[in-house]
Design a protein around this ligand. Structure first.
Ligand code: SDX
Length: 393
């Protein structure tokens, strides 16, 4: 019995690995981090406290949380040579390859803390990644806007610091909006882990060669960039805008989705595991309504999204294929209302997922039994045959 699922030999043989971090039941739409239901964490926890839970396995005491927070605040600055790194990117570069390049480059600045089997080095690399990824993400945004970088202000929380470095300017004070701070912190928490999804499996597989944590996380960022994975939240907004600008009704748009010829997917719908409503999507949908209302944003794209969902939930094509909204369907609308451009949406997904990637990498290093190992294949190519000289072909 593990996480209320009996692991019979068949299941274990097909599973990529065993893990004690996140439990998902795709049929009933259950998601738990270290046994705690996502609904309770969303209601009562914070992104950083949830990061602690995922990485260390238990909720922190007040002293443990204060110490964890203080250690991370000390590492928010980037090395000035790494800051110079951004000058080399074209201004119109997508921030995701900037993120993965900068994270990979961290291993050139911290060559003294790359040993996956030295606990102190893994610990400081954990703090550095959690602290510096928000700074790198903010700088990637500033680079794309041609605006000056802001140094971190360590009096602020991680989420507050990120918002100030992203939207603040050196010439004037930046006023934090509590609705945006709380809303973003919740979205980061909801993305924090999701068992063996594409990017997390990538982090584990790269780490299984004993590659360092920075190299493994950089690989995970690249996997997340794919439009079928983390890139979907950007694609959802582009799809909703396409429906709005086309002038056709959501009902007509859905006809394209159901017509195989068009290959048009309903982005933000469907999931490899959830064959029911993604529990994160339920929370995010409620949050979207609340945040847009508090920010006084009346976005017609939200109405289109809700109409598309209503149509899908009543249409056999989607019901029979068990296609429901996933974590990406409503998030982009909230990020847009907060002021983020669509190119930053997947970066925000990476910021949220970072604690899960770190926790899963550490679990795999600490317990070889949880390694993904070297996947095998079923060979379906040509049988054995002899070489033919080129003048005989
Ligand atoms: C994330 O793994 C994770 O945990 C990922 C994630 C995480 O937190 O890490 O949850 C984050 O990646 C969420 C998914 C974001 N991607 C999208 O929203 C892109 C659109 N969704 C799909 O491409 C698709 O649903 C997948 C890839 C997410 C899941 O594919 P499945 O469950 O393997 O489904 P499938 O490809 O086997 O399709 C089953 C049927 C097919 O039709 P038929 O051939 O049976 O006629 O459903 C159809 C598919 O064509 N289908 C869709 C659809 N998704 C599947 N039809 C229209 N729109 C869609 N979105």
């Amino acid at each position: 019995e593990t996480g209320n699922v009996t692991l019979d030999s068949g299941f274990v043989n097909t599973a990529a690995c065993t893990s004690a971090i996140t439990f998902i039941d795709g049929d009933t739409g259950i998601l738990r981090y270290r046994g705690y239901p996502i609904e309770q964490l969303a209601e009562q926890s914070t992104y950083l406290e949830t990061a602690y839970l995922l990485i260390y396995g238990e909720l922190p005491s007040a002293d443990e949380m204060a110490s964890f927070d203080a250690k991370i605040r000390r590492h928010t600055l980037l090395h000035e040579d790494l800051k110079a790194f951004f000058n080399g990117f074209p201004r119109d570069a997508h921030p995701m390859p900037v993120l993965s390049s900068a994270v990979s480059a961290l291993s050139t600045f911290y060559q003294d803390s790359l040993d996956p089997f030295d606990q102190d080095q893994v610990e400081i690399s954990t703090y550095r990644l959690l602290a510096k990824l928000p700074t790198i993400a903010a700088y990637a945004y500033k680079k794309s806007m041609g605006q000056p970088f802001l140094y971190p202000d360590n009096h602020l929380s991680l989420t507050e610091n990120f918002l100030r470095m992203t939207f603040g300017f050196p010439a004037e004070p930046y006023e934090l909006d509590p609705t945006i701070v709380k809303g973003l912190d919740l979205l980061l928490l909801l993305h924090a882990d999701h068992e063996q999804n594409c990017s997390t499996s990538t982090v584990r597989l790269v780490g299984s060669s004993h590659a360092n944590l920075f190299a493994s996380i950089s690989a995970g960022i690249n996997a997340l960039f794919g439009p079928l994975h983390g890139g979907a939240n950007q694609q959802v907004l582009e799809m909703l805008a396409q429906v709005k600008n086309s002038g056709e009704s959501p009902k007509d748009f859905m006809m394209h989705v159901k017509n195989k010829e068009t290959k048009q997917k309903l982005m933000g719908f469907g999931h490899r595991v959830y064959k029911n409503y993604d529990p994160r999507a339920s929370i995010i949908k409620q949050t979207a309504d609340d945040i847009l209302g508090r920010l006084g944003v009346d976005d017609p794209l939200l109405d289109i999204a809700m109409e598309l969902e209503e149509i899908a939930l009543g249409d056999d094509y989607f019901v029979e294929r068990r296609l429901y909204p996933n974590v990406d369907f409503y998030t982009g609308l909230i990020y847009k209302a907060m002021g983020f451009p669509t190119k930053m949406f997947t970066v925000l997904f990476a910021l949220g997922r970072l604690p899960g990637w770190i926790a899963q990498w550490r679990e795999m290093i600490e317990d070889p039994a949880t390694k993904i190992g070297r996947p095998r294949q079923v060979y379906i190519g040509e049988g054995a045959r002899d070489y033919v000289a080129i003048d005989q072909r």
